[in-house]
Design a protein around this ligand. Structure first.
Ligand SMILES: Cc1cc2nc3c(=O)[nH]c(=O)nc-3n(C[C@H](O)[C@H](O)[C@H](O)COP(=O)(O)OP(=O)(O)OC[C@H]3O[C@@H](n4cnc5c(N)ncnc54)[C@H](O)[C@@H]3O)c2cc1C
Ligand SMILES: N[C@H](Cc1c[nH]c2cc(Cl)ccc12)C(=O)O
Length: 518
């Protein structure tokens, strides 16, 4: 039996893994988590996918409990600011694409859209974001949308099994360090042994499998399965087991970030219900609104910008509120481990892989990896088929997200600096180049996007192509031969619904102030 798990690392990956394994297997396994008290975590404000709700549901945690503890807020979309041209914005929302007569509404929009805002014409969420609304009423009920809360949803499905069935209307922003602390309590209450100590060495047996890790003050920690959550270090998987790292740098050159945590009076400034990604000369700036502060950071490529310039740019962007705040400079390892599972070691989190946080995929990668680990959990015979299936699921997710991110840069209308000019001439993987040619005459659908599960539905690609604007698109020829009355009715229904929701929903600030009894 494989029932003794040792996790090294206590960042988001380590604690999400510990708590999920306990929720899945309870006392049938023993879990030890060792984390350094000296080596810090990558604790920037985090934005997520809406699928993360399945993680909290699996742990039986309710929003009222964990959200205030993590200064969490709702995220209805990513807002892309200045990607097409200065002053322009569009949203990538959590909202299913409607279809009319078998064609997505965006296709109808290309044919005869009522305005030049595809996002407002095709999705209700864009108006709610512009108006700063909460997706819940003050009594806690969810806005009326295609997702019906309380309706029977299949339980125990993985994210890939859920995809395409329903679209939950929001994700979360939260403070990563606070979530790790919250999950520490959850895990230790359920029997996870927590050790604060440095792992100084990883000892292999004669087969090259991990026998134990050696800590500074707690001696040897033995286990059957070792989970490497040591972040970009990859101390077990990459260093001890020598799994090589496959870089994505040739297609995604951003390798650096500088971050600030800026306290703000949210009552005065409000809480935008979206993550914002605003372009700058050598990259883009994220803004993640939390309750009480914003997390913000400039993601850039060091070939185009020095850390000093990047920090100056970020401080100018934030304004005087950032004057006293210390900047955190981060080097990012972009790409994935060639295998995330080798022998008796599985890397989860930054050890396994990472792409820049443009679509907030880091925690999604972790959640996906944990679900897959439970699904492919080994027995004493360590059947290699389970490992191989796990490795290809994890690799596909990251390779697919990589493609999706490349589309943002190829599509961006912005081309006024060397950095943005180069985004148009960089080599594109053959398969993606072919897909783009196809999307120019037929919008993305399930048959013509990256062919393996990677978390993003085809409508996500439509949003980025329609919003960024540099790749020419045209409607399906069939639409010019089809009566458009039903499509125009759908556009009108979206307008009416958006107006009603903007008029009746509270602001994000009002909602969270009420939740906290403020
Ligand atoms: C700039 C930036 C912005 C990001 N934004 C987002 C976002 O908006 N949304 C999102 O989903 N993801 C985001 N991510 C990704 C996200 O931060 C990570 O996926 C997540 O924090 C997981 O990190 P981790 O736990 O793998 O590693 P880390 O946070 O680096 O934790 C590593 C842990 O290993 C421990 N450790 C290391 N060496 C040893 C040792 N020798 N002995 C004992 N312990 C050791 C450390 O003490 C620490 O506890 C972002 C990442 C970066 C870099
Ligand atoms: N798995 C999906 C992925 C998804 C659907 N719509 C969006 C919008 C944004 Cl901003 C990110 C991811 C997705 C989910 O999280 O629901």
């Amino acid at each position: 039996m494989v029932d003794n798990v040792v996790i090294v690392g206590g960042g988001t990956a380590g604690w999400m893994t510990a708590s999920y394994l306990k929720a899945a297997f309870a006392d049938r396994i023993s879990v030890t988590l060792v984390e350094s008290g000296k080596i810090g975590t990558i604790g920037v404000g985090e934005a997520t996918f809406s699928d993360i709700r399945h993680f909290f549901e699996f742990l039986d945690l309710r929003e009222e409990d964990w959200m205030p503890a993590c200064n969490a807020t709702y995220k209805l979309a990513v807002r892309f600011q200045d990607w097409r041209r200065p002053g322009h914005h569009f949203y990538h929302p959590f909202e299913q694409m409607r279809s009319v007569k078998g064609f997505p509404l965006t296709d109808w929009w290309l044919q005869s859209g009522p305005t030049d805002r595809f996002d407002k014409d095709c999705f209700v969420m864009a108006s709610l974001c512009d108006a700063g609304r909460s997706p819940r009423y003050l009594n806690g009920s969810l806005l009326e949308q295609d997702f019906v809360e309380g309706a029977e949803e299949p339980v125990g499905l993985t994210m890939s099994e859920h995809q395409g069935k329903t679209q939950f209307p929001y994700a979360y922003h939260f403070e990563a360090a606070l979530l790790a602390k919250y999950l520490t309590g959850y895990s230790t209450d359920r029997g996870v042994r927590h050790i604060v100590d440095e792992v100084e060495d990883v000892r292999l047996d004669e087969r090259g499998w991990i026998d134990h890790v050696l800590t500074k003050e707690h001696g040897e920690l033995h286990g059957d399965l070792f989970i490497d959550c040591t972040g970009f270090r990859g101390m077990l998987l990459n260093k001890a087991l020598e799994v090589p790292f496959v870089s994505y740098q040739d297609t995604l050159p951003n390798d650096s970030a500088v971050a600030l945590q800026v306290p703000l009076d949210m009552k005065k400034v409000g809480i935008r219900p979206c993550t914002t990604a605003t372009t700058r000369d050598a990259g883009w700036i994220w803004t993640i609104p939390l309750f009480g502060r914003i997390g913000t950071g400039y993601v850039y490529a060091k070939d185009y910008c020095t850390p000093e310039e990047a920090e100056r740019t970020l401080r100018e962007f934030v304004g005087p509120e950032a004057a006293e705040v210390e900047a955190n400079h981060i080097r990012m390892r972009i790409g994935r481990s060639a295998q995330s599972w080798k022998n008796n070691c599985v890397g989860i989190g930054l050890t396994s892989g990472f792409v820049e946080p443009l679509e907030s995929t880091g925690i999604f990668f972790i959640h996906h990896a944990i679900e897959q680990l439970v699904k492919h959990f080994p027995a004493a015979d360590w059947r290699p088929e389970l490992r191989d299936a796990y490795n290809s699921a994890v690799a596909h997710v990251m390779d697919g997200v990589r493609e999706f991110l490349v589309v943002h840069y190829l599509g961006a209308g912005r081309d006024d600096t060397q950095y943005w000019k180069d985004t148009k001439t960089r080599e594109v993987p053959d398969a993606l180049a072919e897909r783009i040619e196809r999307w120019k005459v037929q919008l993305p659908d399930s048959e013509n996007v990256f062919p393996y599960y990677h978390g993003l539905p085809p409508y996500s690609y439509m949003c980025i192509l329609l919003g960024t604007g540099a790749i020419p698109l045209r409607p399906s020829p069939a639409l010019s031969l089809t009566d458009e009355t039903a499509a125009q009715k759908e556009f009108a229904a979206i307008r009416d619904k958006a107006r009603h929701l903007v008029d009746t929903l509270p602001s994000q600030y009002e909602y969270f102030a009420a939740m906290r009894g403020a």
